[in-house]
Design a protein around this ligand. Structure first.
Ligand code: AQP
Length: 335
């Protein structure tokens, strides 16, 4: 029987790289919204493992991060029955479509991507071609599933824009193949900065383990990392541009407790940073504890996990194949 409710829902696609332990930044900036979007939208969620190797990964660590990222999505409450939840490398059409799109993308466009500039500056010993062209793979990730919306943070706007440009150009040249996705700005979503350098975003691939909090960190580690967080000299809990460190902690505390900035400033009036940092650490640990508990149950059963990601790949393949086939035909390939 056809499910009318699902058919009427708008489609959303989101991916996450297993390039390290998922962080509090990934959770508050993206994953929390993924969980909320499942009721309103027809969602496709991917573990973007192919993207992770644009920077060097140790094979055993990569394998375990892919498993753990998939399991964590389930632990957060993402339902693999209701959504399509899969591992990118299990669907070969991503790399195949990427080639078609690469031949319709200009070198100059890619050269302007800021993430390439940032990451090549960070890893000068490994400025590989994949790092240069990965926005094309990202365009393929998106366009294969014909989403109406792609949730984007400020740092990823440029990637969606290039995916849209590539799709429009392809459609104009070969006929209607791709849906042009719109950016989706979720109602809630915090930008979390590094605990050691609040001018940079919190990143799972940051070498300084004290700069990020992993969703799976122990309570003691979380509290220790917040105690060590860089703050300012003013010694008062007040949100301001000049106090980037303390403002980051206020943003985090607000996101996990639901309190407003004004309420937080009142709560900690006349109190020192030490007390505030402890409160932030404890509330973050309490928020993440049930996710960690659920993750530990899920990761124990590798067989069940394998079955779920295989079913997810089958579902994704069925959708992706149709788009890929149409694109190949339009370009002139014999199928
Ligand atoms: N610090 C952050 N604050 C808010 N949102 C964030 N996101 C990442 N960091 C923060 C959001 O998480 C989603 C998935 O991101 P990703 O893992 O695919 O890539 P990324 O943005 O490059 O994340 P990282 O942690 O910085 O990874 P690495 O270190 O490997 O580059 C995205 O929606 C992103 O906005």
């Amino acid at each position: 029987m056809c499910n009318i409710e699902t058919e009427q829902k708008k489609k959303v696609l989101s991916c996450i790289q297993p390039s390290g332990m998922l962080t509090l930044g990934n959770y508050l900036g993206a994953l929390k919204n993924w969980v909320n979007m499942q009721d309103e939208f027809d969602c496709t969620f991917a573990v973007a493992d192919l993207h992770a190797i644009t920077v060097r990964q140790e094979p055993a660590a990569l394998r375990s991060q892919i498993y753990s990222t998939y399991a964590l999505l389930l632990a957060l409450g993402i339902d693999p029955e209701k959504n399509t939840v899969f591992i990118q490398s299990h669907v070969p059409f991503h790399t195949q479509l990427s080639w078609l799109l690469s031949c319709n993308t200009q070198f100059g466009e890619m050269s302007r991507m800021t993430q390439f500039k940032d990451k090549s500056a960070k890893h000068p010993e490994n400025v590989n071609v994949g790092l240069f062209s990965y926005p094309v793979l990202m365009a393929a990730d998106i366009l294969l599933y014909k989403p109406d919306f792609v949730p984007v943070g400020a740092d990823q706007k440029q990637h969606l824009e290039i995916a849209r440009d590539i799709a429009v150009r392809f459609n104009n040249k070969y006929g209607d193949v791709f849906t042009i996705p719109e950016p989706y700005i979720p109602k809630t979503g915090a930008r979390v900065m590094s605990l050691q350098d609040p001018s940079k975003k919190m990143s799972k691939s940051d070498d300084n383990v004290n700069s990020w909090v992993a969703i799976l960190d122990s309570k003691d580690d979380i509290i220790r990392k917040f105690k060590r967080a860089v703050t300012d000299s003013e010694a008062c809990v007040r949100f301001s541009e000049e106090q980037a460190g303390i403002s980051n902690l206020i943003t985090i505390y607000s996101a996990v407790t639901g309190k407003t900035v004004a309420e937080i400033e009142r709560e900690f009036e006349g109190k020192g940073y030490g007390e505030f940092k402890l409160a932030v650490g404890e509330s973050v640990a309490d928020t993440l504890a049930p996710i960690k508990a659920s993750y530990e149950e899920i990761i124990k059963d590798k067989k069940a996990l394998e079955q779920l990601y295989k079913e997810g790949a089958d579902k994704a393949c069925r959708q992706a194949y149709k788009t890929y086939n149409k694109a190949m035909k339009k370009v002139g390939f014999v199928l």
